[in-house]
Design a protein around this ligand. Sequence first.
Ligand SMILES: [Ca+2]
Ligand SMILES: [Ca+2]
Length: 190
Amino acid sequence: MVASQPACLKHGGIYKGDGVPCTATTCEPIGQTGACCLPNGGGCIQSTDADCRAVGGAFLGPGTPCTATTCPNTLPEGCCCLADGTCIATTKLKCDLAGGSYAGNGVPCSGFLKGTQCCIGLVGNVDGDETGGVDISDLSNLIDGLYISLTPFPCDQAADVDNSGNIDISDLSTLIDFLYINFTPLPPCL
Ligand SMILES: [Ca+2]
Ligand SMILES: [Ca+2]
């Protein structure tokens, strides 16, 4: 609507300038989402103009879609597990924006991980047995997966015993410490 600047601000509006006419595109609906190109080639998310600017992105306009070619993504991807338990391959930035837990660049979402929260309660059930118990069979499974057969773990989150984001010798020492040395309790699943 056309109004004076004080009248506009009084009603919480955004004053576009003296003499600027109202056309179909003058005023964008406040809070409407559209495509947002993330900085540094981070790809596209759907967000409001304000949220997009808050992360340094470029807002393409309300109602614009994110397609495969809307904004190029040149950043590495890895598995991101969301609060609802679904795991998707995406970038760390997008994962952080979605409040997810990023497993690391290049870490795949295994078939077991995808769509399920495979690590429930505490980490350490490396062999993924249904009881969830942590014992010597989890230790041998971890050694086997790390150094012998290199078989993928049924649940990477559970095998990341120190919650560091990757699976390596420090998970082995953490598990040995828990089972046989200091019995330090294992951390909760991320
Ligand atoms: Ca087990
Ligand atoms: Ca680890």
